[in-house]
Design a protein around this ligand. Structure first.
Ligand code: THU
Length: 147
């Protein structure tokens, strides 16, 4: 089951290609001695800049943070809270593209709907989905985020 559309890398907009390249670059800096599973994320901010993040694991496992949340936290701490897209690059597992975990989906939903581009490191094919599609009927303090 895929909640999105598979597209060729060449067919996505140049600014999304750039986002995917940034994800692949930051992925190399992942600190993941426990899982050895590198993830890179890149968030396009409304001012046109890109905020990147990689997963950072910890000996106390729950203290680890995913790439998506690292990218969001970095952007927020730099005064950027409006985003237009996010790209995530990680190896596919059993043929399925890696998609954000439930906690990351909830954190993304806090900042509204946006396109989500998921790709394996070879970046030949990209799965285009959205926060809304990944987390419908999500919790928000003012009620359901996306109806
Ligand atoms: N991980 C992410 O960073 N993002 C995802 O979308 C999925 C999982 C990380 C968490 C952990 O460091 C490693 O991948 C294995 O679960």
């Amino acid at each position: 089951m895929t909640a999105g559309t598979m597209v060729d890398f060449e067919d996505v907009d140049k600014d999304i290609q750039e986002l995917l390249h940034e994800s692949i670059n930051v992925r190399q800096r992942a600190y993941c001695p426990y899982s050895k599973f590198q993830v890179g994320a890149a968030l396009r901010c409304q001012d046109g800049t890109i905020s990147t993040g990689c997963n950072v694991e910890n000996a106390s496992f729950p203290a680890g943070v995913c790439a998506e949340r690292a990218a969001i936290s970095k952007a927020i701490s730099e005064g950027k809270a409006k985003f237009s897209a996010i790209a995530v690059v990680a190896k596919s597992v059993n043929g399925a593209v890696t998609s954000p975990c439930g906690v990351c989906r909830q954190m993304l939903a806090e900042f509204g709907d946006m396109p989500v581009y998921l790709a394996p490191p070879d970046m030949k094919k990209v799965l285009k989905t959205s926060v809304r599609d990944l987390l419908p009927f999500s919790f928000g303090l003012n009620g359901v985020m996306f109806d």
